[in-house]
Design a protein around this ligand. Sequence first.
Ligand SMILES: [Zn+2]
Ligand SMILES: [Zn+2]
Ligand SMILES: [Zn+2]
Ligand SMILES: [Zn+2]
Length: 149
Amino acid sequence: MPLSSSACLACLRGIPKRGRPRCPECSHVFRGAGWDGVDAHWRARHTEVMAYEMFWGSLCDAHRAADPLDCLACRKGIPVSQTRQCPECALVLKGKGWAGIEAHWKANHADLLTYEDFWASLCPAHRGDDDPTGLLPFDARPPRARRRG
Ligand SMILES: [Zn+2]
Ligand SMILES: [Zn+2]
Ligand SMILES: [Zn+2]
Ligand SMILES: [Zn+2]
């Protein structure tokens, strides 16, 4: 596929438009806020491919507007259910609702995303009701009522 100077490099490389920004050249994941650090990264590694200004200028709006506050659970494909899972490492929380997530997050993933940002990113479906005594979904059943197929 010929590179055109007006085409978005991230689109050409098939980089997902949602989620943490990735370097289209080497798939390096930027872990700061949005594209923080991309200029230094690009200038250090990829100026042979194209100048940083050209790369940055090529990005389409969807790729440039990296939104670090997309729901992390949606991004990771965590199902919306009564069971809460850490979106980052898939740890199933044993407490009620999100009990324990704060300590877990801060101990394991704070370098990735601050707990506050992570929590703020959750969509209402994933965040659910903060009150564990809140209404259960219509089809919620106690675990023991599970039947074999
Ligand atoms: Zn794009
Ligand atoms: Zn790179
Ligand atoms: Zn979500
Ligand atoms: Zn985790």
